[in-house]
Design a protein around this ligand. Structure first.
Ligand code: MG
Length: 255
């Protein structure tokens, strides 16, 4: 069932969104060569604890997962697309890191992700990230009353395909509110003008993910979580929580 949020509920979600934005900014600031993924998880925990929020990821166990998620961030490096589990791995110069983070604050969820290059970027990684961010912005711009859910996925895929990137199937965004994952599923594919009508009070997490090699395939590691590109190419993932308002899209997780 698709939940429609009141203006007051959307404001409460914006407060959760501020925590997510602050934590992601702190993690990005700490992501340097030699820093471990577990250390980055601790950076996010500190921001979260100081804000009185609780993790939406820690202990989360969706139907596909064999074990509860053991951390507060997903840290996905290079060919990992999403759901990387923070480990003792120490970042290296040139690594492409995606960090996904979600919280509950006063009973309301917010969820976002950012991708960055550690140290010296390769031009192709900079372009991969820039394109994913452009796709996210185009998808956000589609979040207007009178639009349709298919407009969002269409915007993502159109931009990814134009750059020659793969768009992994099955995974995408979601409605968000009292629960991190609510209806509707927000695919990264879509036909313009089709699907659920978008209306004020709908709040969606939109999360483009692309693979540089152009393949749409993915593989899940033995841990049941880590999702990597099947062709081994580097992947990018960015995400914002977006409220559809009478005045158009309002991004709740923007720094
Ligand atoms: Mg999400």
């Amino acid at each position: 069932m698709v939940e429609i949020k009141t203006a007051a509920e959307t404001e409460a979600m914006a407060e959760a969104g501020k925590v997510v934005a602050a934590a992601l900014a702190a993690v990005a600031a700490h992501a340097r060569a030699g820093v471990s993924l577990l250390e980055l998880d601790q950076v996010a925990r500190t921001v979260m604890d100081e804000s009185g929020a609780r993790s939406a990821f820690l202990g989360y166990r969706p139907s596909f997962a064999p074990t509860p998620f053991p951390a507060v961030i997903c840290a996905s490096v290079n060919e990992v697309i999403v759901h990387g589990i923070p480990s003792g791995y120490r970042l290296r110069d040139g690594d492409l890191l995606s960090v996904d983070f979600g919280v509950y604050l006063d009973g309301w969820a917010a969820d976002a992700a950012t991708s960055l290059v550690v140290g010296t970027p390769r031009a192709q990684d900079t372009e991969l990230i820039r394109t994913a961010e452009a796709a996210l912005e185009a998808a956000i711009a589609a979040c207007v009353p009178g639009g349709r859910l298919g407009d969002i996925g269409h915007a993502v895929t159109r931009i990814g395909r134009a750059a020659g990137y793969g768009v992994p199937d099955d995974f995408g965004g979601h409605g968000i509110g009292r629960a991190m994952h609510e209806d509707p599923h927000v695919p990264n594919r879509g036909r313009p003008g089709r699907g659920l009508p978008l209306r004020p009070g709908l709040v969606l997490a939109i999360e483009p993910m692309f693979t540089a090699g152009g393949g749409d395939g993915y593989v899940i590691a033995a841990d049941g979580w880590t999702m990597s590109s099947a062709d081994g190419s580097r992947a990018v993932h960015v995400e914002h929580t977006v409220a559809i308002t009478e005045d158009g899209p309002r991004v709740l997780t923007r720094p």
